[in-house]
Design a protein around this ligand. Structure first.
Ligand SMILES: [Zn+2]
Length: 231
């Protein structure tokens, strides 16, 4: 019901951990529309089949939707945060795949800012491929930082992806403006399911509220920064 940033969820379903899906530790919002939850289940099963890997899923929505902490959207059961696939850094380059237990930021070269991980471009591209070629669910947007978006599109182009998939990926992947650049996870938003007439795509325009400027203190700045990074 409503918009991703001003909406609710009716008849939602809860995602569960299983063969193809693990939860990001500390994230407890796992409700979504049946379309979103089943998409994640199918994508997880595919990654399990192809790589013996599980997708790492962070927040979806609350049981009945509505505003939640850490996110502006995630209100109508159509948003899901999905962690990146990564490999450990070894002295000889990228090592074994590893499951990340937090959102880790990666730079344009695919190195984590903390120097411990390499962005697993091949598996992250495969994850995108599974999401974008799903036959039952149309994805509206996938938010990701511009450098990682470019890295993924380049990988797809160099590894034989079809022109229709590349075009689809180029149109769907986007670095959002005005919030965190999403250099530490995919934010997947599906389109409005067929027949959900109260569902609204896009975002509801926010009322502009003029606030007096606040002189930031060290603590306030740190916590806002921390919050922004986690969106
Ligand atoms: Zn998100």
């Amino acid at each position: 019901m409503g918009w991703a940033n001003s909406g609710t969820l009716e008849h939602g379903r809860s995602l569960t951990e299983g063969e193809g899906v693990r939860f990001m530790p500390g994230r407890s919002l796992h409700w979504g529309t049946d379309e979103l939850v089943s998409l994640l289940e199918r994508v997880g099963a595919a990654m399990r089949r192809r790589f013996g890997a599980r997708i790492t899923v962070g927040d979806l929505s609350a049981e009945h939707g509505g505003p939640v902490i850490r996110h502006r959207s995630h209100q109508s059961g159509r948003d899901a945060d999905v962690g990146f696939f990564a490999r450990l850094v070894t002295p000889r380059g990228a090592g074994a795949p590893t499951d990340l237990n937090d959102y880790v930021s990666f730079d344009a070269n695919g190195r984590s800012l903390d120097g411990r991980y390499v962005f697993d471009t091949a598996r992250n591209w495969s994850l995108l491929e599974e999401i974008l070629t799903d036959r039952r669910v149309e994805v509206e947007r996938i938010f990701i930082s511009a450098p990682l978006r470019q890295r993924l599109l380049t990988f797809g182009r160099e590894h034989g992806a079809s022109s229709s998939l590349l075009e689809r990926a180029a149109l769907t992947l986007l670095q959002p403006r005005g919030v965190s650049p999403h250099d530490n996870h995919f934010h997947v938003r599906i389109g409005c399911p067929t027949g959900d007439h109260e569902c609204r795509e896009g975002v509801r325009a926010r009322r502009v509220i003029r606030r007096r400027p606040v002189r930031p203190t060290a603590g306030r700045h740190a916590s806002q920064h921390d919050l922004a990074r986690r969106r």
